[in-house]
Design a protein around this ligand. Structure first.
Ligand SMILES: [Zn+2]
Length: 293
């Protein structure tokens, strides 16, 4: 989650792609069979990525749960859709309730969230508070009492699994740090790495429960082993894509923070939590305000 991205002003990466508008989502055609569904009126600036294979389409994350994502996806493909969640923060599973085929990492946290859902109170605080969105709400959407019901996971993933979409394989790379159940997905066909929340233009969160900057650095170094297999980093927030050099810059930043060589500012987030913000220009790293990370 990247609430501090509310004031993030996207650069012009969107304007270079064909744009299709739906009621809530701005849809962009990145390549012939790769699309993004962007939520510009929510402070999360969430992105769900669609990867279309010959037999199936994969929807990587389902955003904040406000607009009708299923209908928006139907505007692009009639293939059956498998949802793959990069992790279980609320802004990545918001529309899981609309889909029947769902894959996520086999991890105690994802087992818990899928079996319990997310309460209205949590959603209200994290997603639905009116300070977080630009109205109007979509037609047919009522935020009152909205919650995420439990959902069935049809495929539990593990590190190194491949999800075969027909001529496109997505490889699962377990990558904790921002969330303990976080995965990335490698698409060798289009040389894209779908990286959820761990490589972003904007703030990288390590301060939520289960987050760890040390784990994040380990995950970054693991991704480095695949660097010859991708050129583009496809995040779940803010920008359509980044060059893979962002991985090298992020490793350098994380190492500087962990070794005490980086300066920080103390900030207060929207929930009143004091955090350290280590600013590296195009991205920043947020940590708890404690001596040892
Ligand atoms: Zn997020």
């Amino acid at each position: 989650m990247t609430k501090n991205s509310y004031k993030y002003i996207p650069d012009h990466s969107y304007s270079r792609f064909k744009h299709i508008r739906s009621e809530w989502f701005d849809i962009y055609e990145i390549t012939k069979n790769r699309f993004i569904f962007f939520e510009p009126r929510h402070c999360e600036q969430a992105i769900s990525n669609l990867v279309i294979g010959e037999n199936y389409a994969a929807l990587i994350d389902t955003g904040c749960g406000i607009g009708n994502l299923k209908d928006a996806v139907k505007m692009i493909t009639d293939k059956s859709v498998i949802v793959i969640n990069t992790h279980t923060h609320s802004d990545h599973i918001g529309n899981n309730r609309q889909f029947e085929d769902i894959a996520m990492l086999d991890h105690p946290l994802s087992r818990k969230i899928s079996s319990e859902g997310v309460t209205h109170e949590t959603l209200y605080s994290e997603i639905l508070d009116e300070s977080l969105i630009q109205k109007p709400w979509p037609q047919d959407f009522n935020p009152e009492n909205l919650y995420l019901p439990p959902f069935e996971v049809t495929r539990w993933l593990k590190d190194g699994d491949f999800i075969d979409l027909g001529n496109v394989n997505l490889e699962v790379i377990v990558s904790p740090g921002e969330a303990p159940d976080h995965i990335c997905l490698l698409d060798r066909n289009e040389r894209m790495l779908f990286c959820g929340d761990i490589l972003l233009k904007g703030p990288i969160w390590t301060h939520l429960e289960g987050g760890s900057l040390k784990d994040l650095l380990i995950s970054y170094k693991k991704l480095l082993k695949y660097i010859d297999s991708f050129d583009y980093i496809m995040p779940s927030h803010n920008e359509t894509y980044s060059d893979k050099s962002l991985l090298l810059k992020s490793i350098d930043g994380a190492e500087k923070v962990l070794s005490g060589q980086a300066d920080y500012q103390l900030i207060t987030d929207q929930w009143g939590k004091r955090l350290r913000k280590y600013d590296f220009g195009e991205f920043s790293i947020l940590t708890l305000n404690i001596g040892s990370l």
